[in-house]
Ligand binder design. Structure first.
Ligand SMILES: Nc1ncnc2c1ncn2[C@@H]1O[C@H](COP(=O)(O)OP(=O)(O)OP(=O)(O)O)[C@@H](O)[C@H]1O
Length: 305
């Protein structure tokens, strides 16, 4: 099936001005197009999980949004003004955790945070000190001597301490152990669940997004395919399995099917907005047995990404 893009974007009649507005964003590396005209609007106050396969362009997109990577075309507006390059006072309102953090290996943790604090209009010293303690980061240790996971924690403290209005995190938990991941997610959500705080984070750990009850944005084929609350995705999509000994030499036409896949005598269907009674009727018509499953986000990702 060629396209599997559920939920076309709603018309932009919302009275709320988006915090981030991306139009036709393009980016190529040596003529290899990674972003192929991204259109994306993010409203303030949302927690958004950016999903996409390896190499889909998540890091590239996040960097372009913040002016950290030049773009080949299109536009990005952040807080209502065009984003051309990083810097300026509005960057005080943005926290960014990059995928890897290799800066200032000679600096000690506390010195690095004090140094960074000087660049921000706001800096919550008490919060930074608390997180260092809770996450067992030694303020006197040199950054170069920290483990990968400890560096990632430090990058998160650095990004959160300015109490940003927009926090952008690129696979922030990839190096964290499960306990640290949960603590981080809880901290993040407690901090950012204020009405106008917005979080965009890329991750492959779908369980974290389920816990965060995030909006899910899928980057595929160089575009954001949809951005929808996870609860809505789960309410509207279901996975059905039709089985019959004769197999499926010919695929049936099923309204609402986003994807069909045959495995032996089973036909797997990813369906959008198809009521169970219609599925039962279909199974009867096709002389097949039916199993309906509520997909996890990981299941959806595997089907859609
Ligand atoms: N500096 C660069 N020079 C050349 N190609 C690059 C560069 N940065 C990224 N790419 C390419 O752009 C594509 C998208 O990379 P990107 O890191 O944005 O993907 P991603 O979705 O973040 O992947 P992952 O989930 O593996 O982190 C990849 O094919 C990558 O090889």
């Amino acid at each position: 099936m060629a396209t599997i893009t559920p939920f076309p974007a709603p018309s932009t009649t919302s009275a709320q001005t988006p915090l981030l507005c991306v139009r036709g964003l393009r980016k190529a590396f040596e003529r290899r197009e990674v972003l192929r005209g991204v259109d994306w609007e993010v409203l303030a106050g949302r927690v958004i999980g950016l999903l996409g396969r390896n190499g889909a362009g998540k890091t590239t997109l996040l960097r372009c949004l913040l002016g950290l990577s030049p773009v080949d075309g299109g536009s990005v507006e952040l807080f209502g003004a065009p984003m051309v390059e990083p810097g300026g006072t509005r960057m005080h309102r943005v926290g960014f955790v990059p995928q890897s953090f290799d800066l200032f290996p000679w600096m000690k943790v506390r010195a690095y945070l004090d140094f960074t604090a000087a660049f921000y209009a706001r800096w919550n010293h008490a919060l930074a000190a608390r997180l260092l303690g809770e996450w067992q980061l030694d303020p006197g240790q040199k950054i170069g001597q920290l483990s990968q996971g400890q560096r990632q924690k430090l990058a998160i403290v650095r990004a959160i301490a300015p109490e940003p209005d927009l926090l952008v995190l690129d696979e922030p938990v990839a190096s964290l152990d499960p306990q640290a991941r949960r603590a981080f997610m809880a901290e993040l959500l407690a901090l950012m669940r204020a009405p106008d705080k917005t979080v965009i984070f890329s991750t492959h750990i779908t369980a974290d997004l389920e816990r965060a009850d995030a909006d899910i944005a899928l980057l595929r084929d160089g575009r954001i395919q949809f951005t929808r609350p996870l609860a809505e995705l789960k309410a509207r999509l279901c996975h059905a399995v039709l089985s019959r000994p004769a197999g499926w030499a010919q695929l049936p036409t099923v309204d609402g099917a986003l994807k069909l896949r045959v495995a032996g005598e089973r036909l797997h269907l990813l369906l959008e907005d198809v009521p169970p009674e219609r599925l039962h009727q279909l199974a009867k018509d096709l002389d097949a047995s039916l199993r309906i499953e509520m997909p996890t986000l990981e299941d959806l990702f595997v089907e859609l990404a």
